[in-house]
Design a protein. Structure first.
Length: 256
């Protein structure tokens, strides 16, 4: 078995295992085709307004495939955890009424898949979109179930612009606030979502953290493509970024 190096990954305060350094990089033995076992707390912030009605089944399948890509282990305190928040709005809805927790952060895959398969369809009266309401609601999950050793991450999936409660400026403001708290933001545009808003909400660089899917088929492909990228960024530190919040530090191998 190859020797291992203990390192602190970029932006994290916890230690993770990776493989031997090669030409200045530190990469793991785990291949991108495998599931992600990183100690991450991921909240999916999902548009459930009337505009996604015709793509509801495709989004449901995306959520299910995304969860399958994580190695959730209900017996491990270091397991990844995933939670889901949905957002929509109506003309007279308050901010608090425009987002709800579908399921809190959990490492129980069976319960999460049940919540996904039984989630309510968009209501015909709730045709407005409040992205910031979903982002604000996701912060509650992190505060309800804090875990210092985990990397916090949200993924915002929407097909449109924020149409109530401050518009896109409020969506960007909410994203800036949660990023300032140390949470990485990934945006996933479906169809005609505002590219500037989605890129600005996303963490840097947008080439990594702002993703686009024109069709449901492309969205389903993203369920397989996105997780290895996020898992590599958070766990394996296969590359150094100039704006890395914390340096990668190698430590001596632990004796077998």
């Amino acid at each position: 078995m190859r020797g291992k190096v203990l390192l602190l990954a970029c932006g994290l305060s916890r230690a993770v295992w990776a493989g031997n350094p090669v030409t200045g990089e530190i990469c793991a033995d785990r291949r991108a085709t495998e599931t992600c076992a990183a100690t991450q707390d991921v909240v999916l912030v999902v548009d459930n307004s009337g505009s996604v009605s015709d793509r509801f089944d495709g989004i449901t399948e995306f959520l299910s495939r995304f969860v399958d890509r994580y190695e959730l282990d209900a017996t491990s305190v270091l397991s990844p955890r995933i939670g889901i928040v949905t957002f929509d709005s109506a003309f007279d809805s308050s901010k608090s009424d425009s987002a709800r927790v579908l399921f809190p952060l959990t490492n129980n895959a069976a319960k999460l898949q049940w919540a996904i398969s039984t989630r309510p369809r968009p209501h015909h009266s709730r045709v407005w979109t409040c992205i910031s309401c979903g982002i604000d609601k996701s912060t509650e999950l992190f505060s309800w179930f804090p875990r210092d050793e985990a990397m916090p991450l949200i993924i915002v999936l929407t097909d449109g612009e924020q149409s109530v409660h401050g518009g896109d400026e409020e969506a960007i403001y909410a994203a800036d606030n949660i990023k300032a708290d140390g949470v990485d933001v990934v945006t996933l545009s479906l169809g005609q979502a505002n590219a500037y808003t989605m890129d600005t909400m996303a963490s840097l660089p947008p080439t990594t953290y702002s993703r686009k899917a024109e069709t449901v088929d492309e969205l389903l492909g993203a369920a397989y493509d996105l997780v290895p990228i996020l898992c590599t960024e958070s766990l394996y530190a296969c590359r150094m970024m100039s704006d890395c919040r914390d340096p990668v530090q190698a430590r001596p191998p632990v004796p077998p």
